[in-house]
Design a protein around this ligand. Structure first.
Ligand code: SF4
Length: 201
């Protein structure tokens, strides 16, 4: 493991992953800090629903789970999808909340990250191939699979929020509301749909 992705930037987590990471951090005695990523306001319940979290790097500029020997402390327990997909990385995620049809959906764009040492070192010779989707899918098979899984889960969140919106359990407004409390989307959705479950795999 080169550890490039463990130093690149804060680690982006889906809501259920944040809960898993909190539990693992507690078990392993690791201090973790998060900032909130995209948040949608629910007018009906007066809460901001958090759809992504960013686990912050330590003062040394590394992931709190990175060991001194460059190994990941949670590799065999639960490695976040964003780590598994690296260097096939999210370039941009946009969330949409359509008040007319009461539909929540998202769109994600991926790229091959230049934060990866291998990519940097072979940038010239790989340039042509990295623009070829079929090549990227074949060459980064496991990483692309992790990216697809992440998007599948993100779609599940959007489908669950759409269902709650259509059933009048929530009323979504795309901008967060400063005075309202923040809730983890996974925990929030499960209050209404207990069978909404994503097993960390
Ligand atoms: S969770 Fe593991 S693989 Fe992911 S950034 Fe942290 S140390 Fe690296």
């Amino acid at each position: 493991m080169c550890g490039d992705c463990c130093r690149a930037s804060p680690i982006s987590l889906l809501p259920h992953e944040q809960l898993v990471i909190i539990r693992l951090a507690k078990k392993l005695g690791v201090k973790v800090d998060f900032t909130r990523g995209y948040t949608v306001y629910d007018r009906l319940n007066n809460v901001n629903i958090v759809l992504t979290y960013h686990m912050q790097l330590t003062e040394k500029g590394v992931c709190p789970f990175l060991r001194d020997d460059n190994k990941c402390k949670v590799h065999r327990l639960y490695k976040p999808l964003i780590c598994r997909s690296f260097p096939y990385t999210i370039k941009n995620v946009s969330y949409f909340f359509d008040p007319i049809t009461r539909t929540a959906f998202h769109r994600s764009e991926y790229t091959i990250s230049g934060a990866c040492k291998f990519i940097r070192e072979h940038a010239g010779s790989l340039e042509f191939y990295l623009g070829n989707e079929a090549f990227v899918r074949k060459f980064f098979e496991d990483e692309v699979r992790a990216g697809y899984l992440m998007e599948k889960y993100r779609s599940m969140y959007m489908a669950a929020l759409t269902y709650l919106w259509k059933m009048n359990y929530v009323d979504l407004a795309s901008k967060e509301h400063k005075g309202a409390v923040y809730v983890n989307a996974y925990a929030f959705i499960r209050k209404f749909i207990p069978y909404f479950a994503i097993a960390p795999s």
